[in-house]
Design a protein around this ligand. Structure first.
Ligand code: ZN
Length: 170
């Protein structure tokens, strides 16, 4: 069993030590994400690297998983792969965030504490497709519909008069 990630961490302490946290997070623990899902079971795999470079603190990460979304073309649920890399520069407040915005994606840290699942949830929400749907349109057809199309008689594609001719002969 992979590890569960801690809920809250001190990112500065982890960055000083150059620590990496990896483990799984339950989708069920992410309320904003859950609202968008067709099914909230399952986990996402996360790898979070805390580092310090020239007096700046960074959190880089990788999130992988599979989410159940509702296809906006056929309204059936489907599996959406999530594979997201991100890099955040830790800052103390809005002012600092504005200052670094040009060169890095800022993340405001309040009281030297970060809520891991909130960050992971934010990153997943950012990496979600704008319009969730099956990758291929043909995947949208339900099984019954596919069978129906396949069982249609070939005569449908023939010239209608040729079909009439056939009927007359019988
Ligand atoms: Zn679909």
């Amino acid at each position: 069993m992979p590890d569960r990630l801690p809920v809250r961490v001190d990112p500065y302490r982890l960055a000083e030590k150059g620590r990496t946290l990896s483990g799984e997070l339950a989708v069920d623990k992410m309320p904003r994400l859950k609202l968008l899902l067709a099914g909230s079971s399952g986990d996402v795999e996360c790898r979070l690297v805390f580092s310090k470079q020239v007096r700046q603190y960074f959190l880089t990460g990788h999130i992988k998983g599979c989410l159940k979304l509702t296809c906006q073309r056929c309204l059936e649920s489907y599996d959406q792969e999530i594979d997201s890399h991100f890099s955040l520069l830790l800052v103390a407040d809005d002012r600092e965030a504005e200052r670094v915005q040009e060169m890095a994606e800022p993340l405001i840290v309040v009281d030297d504490e970060l809520d891991i699942s909130t960050i992971v949830e934010d990153e997943i929400l950012l990496s979600m497709p704008a319009i969730p749907r099956h990758r291929e349109e043909r995947d949208c057809l339900s099984h019954e519909m596919v069978n129906e199309i396949e069982s249609l008689p070939d005569t449908q594609q023939e010239n209608p008069f040729a079909v009439l001719e056939k009927l007359k002969k019988h």
